[in-house]
Design a protein around this ligand. Structure first.
Ligand code: NAD
Length: 463
């Protein structure tokens, strides 16, 4: 796509935004309904695209994308009137005879750049927030999952006028051209390095950004009576989408005396979930492309203590794999794995585990398996991560009342549910003062008015 076309699209969206057609609650709800209907009518198209891109099962496609998108739309439709209502706040006595409230203003024309691993959710869930807040949007799905990118473009075309929402497909070249333009908000999902490119491009126009990034999310197994359940929850969260999940447990930190039992249970669970040859399982995904497969293969090359580790390059397959006896120096611990490889590191005392986690970049998620309330509290207070999920993996992101996002290197900002609406709304402070009474106490000459000011400037608020 030529830059001139991109400029024209942005121009037409700006003009559409100025008409005010995106502003009424009714029109936003209508747009959300239109998206929902298109998704329902295209369930097969979506599942087929995900099968072609990942060999993803229909169940997983529904659970991780179609179902959660529909749920987000329904929640937005049902809650929009209350989210969008101006919020009255109290006014201090010193400003008496005034009213104060916060108005949610849409930003205008926003850019949403999605990542490839959950292509529909990562493009469309932010879009739900953008529409709900009354914006126009350009969506750039990831080129890395090409079938899904095409399907997203088709869904958007069927749901909206292009002046309102348009999908633009393309690779780095198109992404770079888009980022050279002025938007009113940029919402990006992807890796840390590209996130920095986006932040730099946004800085040129001081465009506000949300960066949904990645990192290494640790899974701490400290003390628990039920290793079978722990293993099920870890294996599910790690190997769903063949580990290509931003919040997948990246590695396990386990108390030394629990390691043997954990590994045995993990192996049993892998077999129970995917059979003795996961390649034959209909429920086990493939790696997105050769480049990513070779990157993951590189992490396994020369490794000792590998359990699994079967690779079929032609079919983009890597079996669920555990690296036992891993150390912090291991190459698998130097980058986000983003694939079906699970290193295991032991510790003697929980202090050690906390210290090691805190030495590293802040992760998108921390998982903790424990029966100990005090430890829950300690990890909650002494570690920093996008989210914390206790005795489960991934599931904290399925509650739309919990904002989802990173901190530090794992991202800036958050979304899901109301957080999406808030992300795409500028909180405009509005104060209205009555013309009467007009007291001169705050105007010069100040003379001895300071004592009066001090008297009324307390903690008294007019409600
Ligand atoms: P990707 O390659 O699909 O890139 C994401 C987007 O950036 C795409 O739209 C792509 O076209 C664009 N892009 C790629 N290179 C670019 C460049 N040089 N300049 C400008 N734009 C460019 O995704 P990825 O980066 O491989 O995604 C994987 C990463 O994303 C992982 O680190 C993962 O943890 C993270 N992720 C985070 C979340 C989250 O919600 N926090 C979700 C999914 C993935």
């Amino acid at each position: 796509m030529q830059i001139i076309e991109i400029k024209n699209i942005i121009k037409s969206q700006r003009e559409y935004f100025k008409t005010g057609k995106t502003l009424s609650i009714e029109s936003r709800i209508e747009a959300l309904r239109s998206l929902k209907n298109t998704i329902i009518n295209n369930e097969v198209l979506i599942s087929d695209a995900l099968y072609k891109d990942f060999k993803r099962s229909q169940f997983e496609s529904y659970a991780t994308e179609i179902g959660s998108i529909i749920e987000e739309i329904d929640h937005a439709i049902n809650s929009l009137s209350s989210w969008a209502r101006p919020k009255r706040v109290s006014t201090p006595l010193v400003l008496f005879y005034s009213r104060s409230y916060i108005v949610n203003d849409p930003y205008g024309v926003v850019l949403i750049m999605g990542a490839w691993n959950y292509p529909f959710s990562l493009s469309l869930i932010p879009l739900i927030g953008a529409i709900a807040a009354g914006n126009c949007a350009i969506v750039k799905p990831s080129e890395t999952s090409p079938n899904s990118s095409k399907a997203i473009t088709r869904i958007i075309k069927q749901s909206f006028a292009k002046e309102h929402v348009l999908a633009i497909e393309g690779g780095v070249d198109v992404a770079t051209k888009l980022l050279s333009q002025r938007f009113d908000y940029i919402f990006f999902t992807g890796g840390v390095n590209i996130g920095k490119i986006v932040a730099k491009a946004a800085a040129k126009y001081l465009t506000p950004v949300t960066l949904e990034l990645g990192g290494k999310s640790p899974c701490i197994v400290n003390d628990t009576a039920d290793m079978q359940t722990v293993s099920k929850r870890i294996v599910w969260g790690k190997f769903i989408n063949a580990g290509q999940t931003c919040i997948a447990p990246d590695y396990i930190l386990v108390k030394k005396e629990l390691k043997e039992s954990l590994i045995k249970n993990l192996e049993d669970t892998i077999e129970k979930f995917y059979g003795d040859d996961p390649k034959k399982s209909h429920d086990y995904c493939r790696i997105i492309n050769k480049r990513h497969l070779e990157r993951l293969e590189g992490l396994l090359t020369g490794q000792e203590h590998v359990i699994g580790g079967k690779i079929d390059k032609k079919n983009l397959y890597i079996s669920p794999t555990i690296i036992d006896n891993c150390s912090w120096k291991n190459k698998a611990m130097k980058e986000e794995i983003f694939g079906p490889i699970l290193p295991i590191i032991t510790y003697d005392h929980i202090d050690e585990a906390i210290e090691e986690v805190n030495k590293r970049e802040k992760p998108l998620a921390i998982y903790l398996f424990t029966d100990n309330r005090e430890l829950e509290e300690r990890i909650t207070k002494t570690t920093s991560s996008g989210g914390l999920c206790i005795n489960a993996t991934i599931l904290h992101t399925s509650n739309y009342d919990l904002p989802f996002g990173g901190v530090g290197n794992s991202g800036i900002g958050n979304y899901h549910g109301k957080a999406s609406f808030d992300t795409f709304s500028h909180k405009k402070s509005v104060m209205k003062k009555s013309f009467w009474p007009e007291l001169d106490v705050s105007y010069p000459p100040y003379g001895n008015k300071l004592s009066i000011l001090k008297m009324i400037w307390g903690n008294n608020f007019l409600k």
